[in-house]
Design a protein around this ligand. Structure first.
Ligand SMILES: C[S@@+](CC[C@H](N)C(=O)[O-])C[C@H]1O[C@@H](n2cnc3c(N)ncnc32)[C@H](O)[C@@H]1O
Length: 361
C-alpha cells in the first residue's frame, strides 16, 4: 500500500505500513459493528441461529425483510467471516459458535447488544463536532433509543447476573431480601433490575429514581403490567444533596459517573442508608490514569462512549463530565469523601467492563 512519505529520514516505512493495515482493519470492524447492530434489531442473527444452510430468499422471508437489503447485509457478514457462504449452492449459514455471541438466546454473551451503542452515538456526530468547539454538553433527549439500548445492555450485565453473581457478593443479602428490606436504585433507567428483584422478593419494598420521565414511566408501566405493588419509580434529579429516605440497600448500576453531581449523589446515598446499610455500586472499571488503561481490552470503545455520551450528558446538566473512565482511584476517593469508610471492590467473570463496590459507613 502507498503511504504518504515524510521527507524526514526517520520515517519508518514498516511502522507506517503496519499502521495503514491497522486503520484498514478498523474500517472493516466499524462496518461490521454497524451491521451487527442492524442484524440484532432486525432479528436476522436470531432467525439464522440453529438453521441449516439457507438461501437468501429463505432467510429474508423468515424475518419478513427485503431480499435486496438482506443480500447486502449477508455480504458484509460473509466477508467479515461471521456467516459461512456456500457459493455452489448459494446458501448462508451462521455457525453455532458465532450464534453464541450474536443472538438474544446467547444472553448475557450477546455482543450485538453493545454493538448498538456505536450507531446510537454516531447519530449525534454533528452535535458532538459542534461541542468539540463550544465545550458544551449533549442532552439525553438528543440520543435516539438511549434508554432502550441501556436497558437491554444492563439486562445482560445486571439482570441476568443478579441471582448467580451479584447478590452473592454480599453474604446474607438474599436472606434479608426474602425477609423484607427497603431498597433504592439511583439512576435506575427503565428499572429492569429493581423489577426483577421486586418480583422475586415480594416482602421487600423497592424504589427507583431517574432523571428521565420516559424511563420512569416505562418502568412504572412495566411494574403495573407485572402486577407488582411493592415497587415505584420516580422521575427526579438526584442532584439535590438531600436524603432520599431511609434504606437498607441502595444500588447504582452504571449510574454515578454521568451524573450532574456525582459527589453530591454519593453524599446523599450515604445519608440515606441505615447505620448497617449497604451501597452496592456497579460502575465502569479501569484506572483514572490513561497510561494504566493502555492495555485495557475495551479501552478505545469505552473512551469513545465517554466522548460521545457519558461525558457530554453530565456536562449538559452543568456537571463535571467525569467520563466513562473516571476509574477506580477516583471512585474510591469519592466514596471515602462521602463517608463510606468500609469499601471493598469486586470483579465478576461475566462482566469484564464493570467493577462492583460494596460500600458501608
Ligand atoms: C448509564 S444509565 C444507567 C441506567 C440503569 N441504571 C441501567 O443500568 O440500565 C445512567 C442513568 O442515570 C440517569 N441520570 C443521569 N443524570 C441524572 C440526574 N441528574 N438525576 C437522576 N438520574 C440521572 C440517566 O437518565 C440514566 O438512566
Amino acid at each position: 500500500m502507498d503511504t504518504a512519505r515524510d521527507p524526514s529520514p526517520r520515517f519508518d516505512d514498516a511502522k507506517a505500513e503496519q499502521f495503514a493495515e491497522r486503520m484498514m482493519t478498523a474500517l472493516n470492524d466499524a462496518a461490521l459493528v454497524m451491521m451487527t447492530s442492524i442484524g440484532h434489531r432486525t432479528r436476522l442473527f436470531d432467525s439464522m441461529a440453529g438453521r441449516p444452510p439457507s438461501s437468501l430468499k429463505e432467510i429474508a422471508a423468515k424475518v419478513g425483510l427485503s431480499d435486496r437489503y438482506v443480500r447486502e447485509w449477508l455480504a458484509v457478514m460473509v466477508t467479515s467471516r461471521v456467516v459461512d457462504y456456500d457459493a455452489v449452492n448459494e446458501t448462508y449459514h451462521l455457525p453455532a459458535e458465532h450464534a453464541a455471541f450474536t443472538t438474544r438466546a446467547a444472553t448475557p454473551d450477546n455482543f450485538a447488544v453493545a454493538a448498538q451503542y456505536i450507531p446510537l452515538a454516531a447519530g449525534i456526530e454533528d452535535i458532538i463536532v459542534d461541542r468539540f468547539r463550544t465545550g458544551e454538553g449533549v442532552h439525553y433527549h438528543d440520543y435516539a433509543r438511549f434508554h432502550e439500548v441501556m436497558a437491554e445492555d444492563s439486562g445482560q450485565t445486571v439482570v441476568a447476573a443478579l441471582f448467580d453473581h451479584i447478590l452473592p457478593l454480599v453474604p446474607g443479602l438474599t436472606g434479608h431480601l426474602k425477609r423484607g428490606i427497603d431498597v433504592l436504585d439511583v439512576g435506575c433507567g427503565r428499572g429492569r433490575a429493581m423489577l426483577k428483584l421486586a418480583e422475586t422478593f415480594p416482602a421487600s419494598r423497592f424504589q427507583g429514581i431517574d432523571l428521565s420521565e420516559d424511563a420512569a414511566d416505562y418502568a412504572n408501566a412495566s411494574a403495573a403490567e407485572a402486577g407488582l405493588s411493592n415497587i415505584r419509580f420516580t422521575a427526579a434529579d438526584l442532584s439535590t444533596r438531600e436524603r432520599f429516605g431511609t434504606f437498607d440497600l441502595v444500588t447504582a448500576f452504571d449510574a454515578v459517573h454521568d451524573q450532574k453531581d456525582p459527589q453530591g449523589l454519593l453524599d446523599s446515598v450515604a445519608r440515606s442508608l441505615n447505620p448497617d446499610g449497604l451501597f452496592l455500586m456497579q460502575d465502569i472499571g479501569g484506572s483514572s490514569h490513561l497510561e494504566r488503561n493502555a492495555d485495557h481490552p475495551l479501552g478505545p470503545f469505552l473512551y469513545a462512549i465517554s466522548t460521545l455520551h457519558c461525558m457530554p450528558v453530565s456536562l449538559a446538566q452543568g456537571g463535571p463530565g467525569l467520563g466513562t473512565m473516571w476509574g477506580e482511584e477516583l471512585a474510591l476517593d469519592m466514596l471515602e469523601q462521602a463517608g463510606f469508610g468500609n469499601v471493598t471492590v469486586e470483579r465478576l467473570p461475566h462482566d469484564p467492563i464493570n467493577v462492583y463496590y460494596l460500600a458501608r459507613a
